[in-house]
Structure formats: C-alpha cells, structure tokens
Design a protein around this ligand. Structure first.
Ligand SMILES: NC(=O)c1ccc[n+]([C@@H]2O[C@H](COP(=O)([O-])OP(=O)(O)OC[C@H]3O[C@@H](n4cnc5c(N)ncnc54)[C@H](O)[C@@H]3O)[C@@H](O)[C@H]2O)c1
Length: 436
C-alpha cells in the first residue's frame, strides 16, 4: 500500500520507516529542508536506536521516499498520516495551527479519495474540525475520510514499540476508513481496537495523563516517605507487584518531562474545561510534577548552603535515557536554576550534549561521566542512563572534591555508596551518610 506521512519527526519518521519495514511504500514529507537533506543521506535527525539502519535499508529497498511538499503526499498515498507537532499554548491549550495547515493543504490539492489520519496527539473533536475545514477548502466533488490513529511509542524504544505495539487504536466513522487502516496494519501482530474518532482521540490524551498521574502518585508518596522515614522504592515495589497496579511508570524522581506528558496533561485539562467538565485532578498532576523539581533543587541548596561559585557535576540532560530529546527535560530546568544561583556546571550525557550546547554554550561538556566529576563539590544525577547506574563509584569518589551525590532518579547503588563512605541524597528516601 502507498502511505504518505506529513511531518517526519519522532513520530512521523518512525512510523514511516516501520511501515516500510512492513512492506508498504512510504513518502515522508517535512518542510524542514535541513532535516530532509540529512534523511536523504540516511542520517537520522535525532537519536533513536535502530533508526539509521532502517533509513538506509529502506532507501535502498526504494520503499522510503522523501519530499518537502505536502502536495506530493496528497498525490502519493491513499492513506495520509498527519504527524506534525501539537505544542502547548496558553493554559495548556494545544496549538493546532500545524495540523490545520496540513489539513487545508491536503484539501486544496485533493483530486481523488484519500483517508486523512491524525496520528499527532490532538484534543477530542479535532477530527470533526479537520473534516469541516477540509470540506471548505476542497475544490470540486471529491470524497475523503478523516480517522484517528493515536501513537503510543516511547522515544528511545520507538522502533520496537511501533513494530510490536501492545495495541493499535483506530478511530473511524466509515467502513472504508476502517478497511484502509486494517490494510495499513495488516502485518502487525497485535489487537486492533476500533472506536469512534472521538474515543480514539481521547484514548491517547487519557493514557498519557494516566501514566503521568502514576508517576505523580509515586512522587507524592516520596514526599510522605521523606516526612515519615519510609522508603519510596520499597513502597512502590510492594504496591507494583499487584497486577492491578503494575510496576511500570511507577517510580519517584525529579518529575516527568519530554515532548508528550507535560503538554498532553495540560491539553486534557484544557479540553475538559472547554467542554464544561472541571479537571482539578488533572491540573494537580501538572502542578505536583513541577513542584517535584523545586523540592529537589531546594534540597541541593539546603545541603550545599551557598551555590554561588560551587562546581557541580550533572549526569544526564535528556528527559529520559536513550534519547537526545531535551523538550521539557527536568535536567534542563535544574541546570537553569543552578546557573542562575551562580554554580559552575560540568555536565555529561551520552547523546544529548550537542543539543544542550546549542542552548547553553557556556557549560563544561565532559568527555565522560568521571571527567564531569573532576573537582566538583557534588554530583547530581538527573537522567537514569544505564552507564550512570553502573558507574565505578570508587572512581567517582576519588574524582569529586566532596564525595556527595544528589540522585534525582534513585538509580545509584546505595549499598556501594555506603561501603565507600560517601553521602547520597535521593528522592523519598533517608540519605546515606558516612558512618550510618
Ligand atoms: N515524540 C513522542 O514520543 C510522541 C509519541 C506519541 C505521540 N506524539 C505526538 O506526535 C506529534 C508529533 O510529535 P513529534 O515528537 O514527532 O514532533 P517533532 O517536532 O519531532 O516532529 C514534527 C515534524 O513536523 C514537521 N512539520 C511541522 N509542520 C509541517 C508542515 N506544515 N509540513 C510538513 N512538515 C511539518 C516539523 O518540521 C517536524 O519535523 C505530536 O502531536 C506529539 O504529541 C509524540
């Protein structure tokens, strides 16, 4: 089947290469010419495991093509996926201008029947709006359908998630749309959940908000643990082994970030209020999450007393491991606060340093995690990369000026820290201190 993708970012490009991997012929469109130039050289514009290999494989197989014109997408694929960004605007409202522009351009160039599929995360009722807008801009008498096919991939394991999803949700309002989407997903071994367009839209926002709520619940428990002497990892482990609760996305730290959770939680609250349903619980997720980083920062400041002129090592910049995506990364907010307080920062991240350098050229970018610790008054862990969990803590101790760690992800080996006589502050846990 011929498939067009408009917006070749983390979702569009991953979908494109995965559809090609499943045997479809795919045209990926993006208006960013630099991105396209890289793609044509089989270079991934962002870090995602497996992406360079699939790009090369399917440019060679001639099942993957690129263009900077949405008009080409309209001519090429019978199914056209909209995968452009839907960032947050005021009070969390999703900015739908990118989606609207693509829908208009598709309509203006439509010559034959096409299925237009929202894969971008959009508020409920967007499908109706796309349909109405397209109806106004179409020239002549051409049929089309609008469907929703929300994306659940996680950056860092996006290709694996897309090729082997837990489920595929398709929101449709015609038999033809359902049959075309079933054709798209013919080679995927997973349940296909068929719903109305509105339900599919809501499934995505509701899923992300639920996961954010789960993380936030663990973070709130961490506060309770800090005040009572309990240990948050013990608590969430004891809870998470219950299958009704589950262990995934259930850990305390410095809060969630990334391009999805913060904006999707806010967008769900906004759309709820817009259609007359109060959303205090959803608003609280976002506020509690922001407070989590503040609490961590305050703990660092309390312990180090004066941050001005102190040298601090920071491990981890991306919003989570296995990505170089910095959107809403808690580490970046932390860095901004530490810099504003006058601290000198020696930072490290396995893949996100080039992107960070563009925003903060004045930091010291370390060659490796140990280099970051060199002469530092403390080490802060902001992203739980596996290499940080496995770091040689004896070397860390020997390299730091003061053997003190602030672990914002509860990923450092507490037993080893204790054996080495170091100090460790975590989230929702008693600190480890020498001699205790
Ligand atoms: N990143 C994720 O993990 C993830 C997961 C699930 C869903 N989503 C959702 O998918 C959507 C896209 O997210 P993303 O992370 O891929 O964003 P992204 O910023 O990585 O990619 C969006 C791409 O669209 C392109 N674009 C914008 N307007 C365009 C236009 N008019 N014509 C052609 N190209 C255009 C941009 O240049 C960019 O390359 C969002 O709604 C997001 O919430 C993201």
């Amino acid at each position: 089947m011929k498939i067009s993708i408009v917006g070749s970012g983390h979702v569009g490009l991953v979908s494109g290469v995965c559809f090609a991997e499943k045997g479809h012929e795919v045209l990926c469109v993006d208006h960013d010419k630099d991105k396209l130039a890289k793609l044509k050289r089989s270079e991934s514009p962002f870090f995602e495991p497996g992406m360079p290999e699939l790009l090369a494989k399917h440019q060679a197989s001639k099942r993957l093509h690129f263009s900077d014109r949405t008009e080409d997408a309209v001519d090429f694929g019978q199914a056209i996926f909209i995968c452009v960004g839907t960032p947050s605007t005021e009070r969390g409202k999703a900015d739908m201008s990118f989606v609207e522009k693509v829908a208009r351009t598709i309509a203006e160039n439509l010559k034959d029947y096409r299925l237009v599929i929202e894969k971008s995360t959009v508020p409920i009722k967007t499908g109706e709006r796309i349909k109405r807008t397209m109806g106004r801009y179409i020239k002549g008498d051409v049929n089309f359908d609008v469907a929703s096919n929300p994306e659940f991939l996680r950056e860092g394991s996006a290709i694996e998630d897309t090729l082997k999803p837990d489920r595929v949700v398709i929101g449709v309002d015609s038999a033809k749309a359902e049959s075309l989407l079933r054709e798209v997903y013919k080679g995927f071994d997973c349940p296909i959940v068929v719903t109305s367009v509105g339900s599919a839209e809501l499934i995505k926002h509701a899923s992300n908000s639920f996961l954010a709520l789960k993380i936030t619940y663990a973070n709130w428990l961490a506060r309770l643990c800090e005040a009572s002497g309990a240990d948050v990892d013990e608590v969430v482990n004891g809870m998470g082994l219950d299958h009704r609760i589950g262990k995934h996305f259930f850990g305390a730290g410095i809060g969630y970030g990334g391009s999805c959770f913060p904006k999707d939680v806010d967008a769900l609250a906004h759309i709820s209020e817009e259609i007359g349903v109060d959303a205090p619980m959803i608003r609280l997720i976002s506020d509690t999450n922001k407070g989590q980083l503040e609490r961590f920062y305050n703990m660092i400041e309390r312990e180090l007393w004066v941050l001005n002129d102190k040298t601090l090592a920071v491990w981890g910049l991306a919003f989570k491991p296995n990505t170089d995506d910095l959107r809403e990364a808690p580490a970046l907010r932390l860095i901004e606060k530490l810099k504003a307080a006058g601290a000198r920062l020696r930072v490290h991240d396995p893949v996100a340093m080039p992107n960070t350098r563009k925003l903060h050229p004045d930091l010291y970018y370390a060659n490796d995690p140990i280099d970051a610790c060199n002469g530092a008054d403390a080490l802060i862990v902001a992203t739980e990369w596996p290499q940080y969990k496995q770091a040689d803590l004896a070397k860390v101790k020997a390299t730091l000026r003061v053997p003190m760690i602030f672990d914002g992800r509860n990923c450092i080996d507490r037993k080893r820290v204790s054996e080495l006589g170091m100090t460790l502050f975590g989230v929702g846990k008693e600190p480890v201190k020498p001699g205790e």
